[in-house]
Design a protein around this ligand. Structure first.
Ligand SMILES: [Zn+2]
Length: 339
């Protein structure tokens, strides 16, 4: 019996020594000490040992078990240390490597132009109002005097969610929403993203930005509109800037005008930038149509007002002399860094 135990112990020691991973070591434990292991089999065979020999044999078995367990435990500790060392080697951080450079961004030319426009109008007592980009057609068209079947709906072909909701084709619906609240007087600008189903080219994009302006109060006249926009143009393009109002038609204003500013490159003499005319078109405006006031619950006998709309990209392109609108959306940092 003693020889058998000796053989088991030697066999176990050999296999423990051969184990080069924790998994293999565990296999050895199961093979010798597990429920069906070799040493356990010896214990089960104790009933065949003569009764007077049993305590002695039992002691041998226990000693063998203790030795195998100690050997297993020592090897486990060694293997774990080796695994840890491997990991430390693999995960070492080389503190002498140069760090990744943090790129700090800055404001987009559109944002810079918008903040400039907002600064000018806030200085004149306007508040900045925002409205939804997904809009009821009622607000986008009908309440702005563009009933169903009106040709202006075709000019502003946009993207439709269903037969009642579209992506707004202009920021003007914010006018109707503000007027409906009935808090008068109103002096606001509404900047935001608008949508048209336009092909992308140097001056068109299916998504761009407008800044809408609206003033409603008692005794507001066309002279107030002219004075306001003249002040705006001077602030934006320089104190020498002149403005010119050309009669135009918009469904939601009457009378309506398009506004040109004197070319800030040549001072009005005519150059390549203004295509020789000396003038640059910047926005559309007019006195709010009495029917629009009525539809929004304001008495046109008591209140009058003016509205204007300017393309934000147009301002950015003019101000920074950019000749292609697509540059504003391509997010090429070599371009954007210049502003
Ligand atoms: Zn010019």
């Amino acid at each position: 019996m003693k020889e058998k135990l000796q053989r088991i112990q030697e066999e176990a020691a050999k296999r423990i020594q051969e184990s080069d991973s924790l998994e293999k070591l565990n296999d050895v434990r199961v093979a010798f000490l597990g429920k069906k292991g070799e040493l356990t089999a010896v214990l089960k065979g104790m009933k065949e040992v003569a009764a007077e020999d049993r305590p002695k044999v039992g002691q041998w078995v226990n000693e063998t078990r203790a030795q195998i367990e100690k050997h297993l435990e020592d090897t486990r500790v060694k293997l774990e240390a080796a695994v840890m060392e491997e990991r430390l080697k693999a995960e070492v951080i080389d503190v002498t490597l140069p760090a990744k450079k943090m790129e700090i961004g800055h404001r987009h030319p559109n944002t810079i132009a918008l903040e400039e426009v907002e600064r000018i109008f806030i200085g004149m007592g306007y508040e900045v109002v925002e409205g939804p980009e997904v809009e009821y057609m009622d607000y986008n068209f009908t309440k702005l005097n563009i009933p169903e079947g009106h040709p202006a709906r075709d000019e502003q072909d946009t993207f439709f969610i269903d037969d009642k909701i579209c992506l707004r084709s202009q920021t003007s619906p914010v006018q109707a929403r503000t007027m409906e609240k009935g808090e008068l007087p109103i002096r606001m600008i509404a900047p935001g993203r608008v949508f048209r189903s336009d092909e992308v080219d140097a001056t068109h994009s299916p998504s761009f930005h407008q800044i809408e302006g609206l003033v409603i109060d008692k005794h507001i006249t066309f002279a107030d509109l002219k004075g306001t926009l003249e002040e705006f143009a001077k602030e934006l393009f320089g104190p020498e800037t002149k403005t010119k109002f050309r009669p135009h038609h918009f469904p939601f204003t009457e009378p309506s005008a398009e506004v040109d500013v004197s070319c800030f490159k040549c001072g009005g003499k005519g150059c390549r930038f203004c295509k020789g005319s000396g003038w640059i078109e910047i926005l559309g405006c007019g006195m709010v149509h009495p029917h629009v006031l009525e539809m929004c619950g304001i008495d046109p006998e008591e209140y009058t007002g003016f509205a204007f709309g300017v393309g934000l990209e147009r301002i950015a392109l003019l101000k920074y002399e950019i000749d292609d609108m697509r540059l504003l959306y391509e997010n090429d940092t070599r371009f954007l860094k210049q502003f």
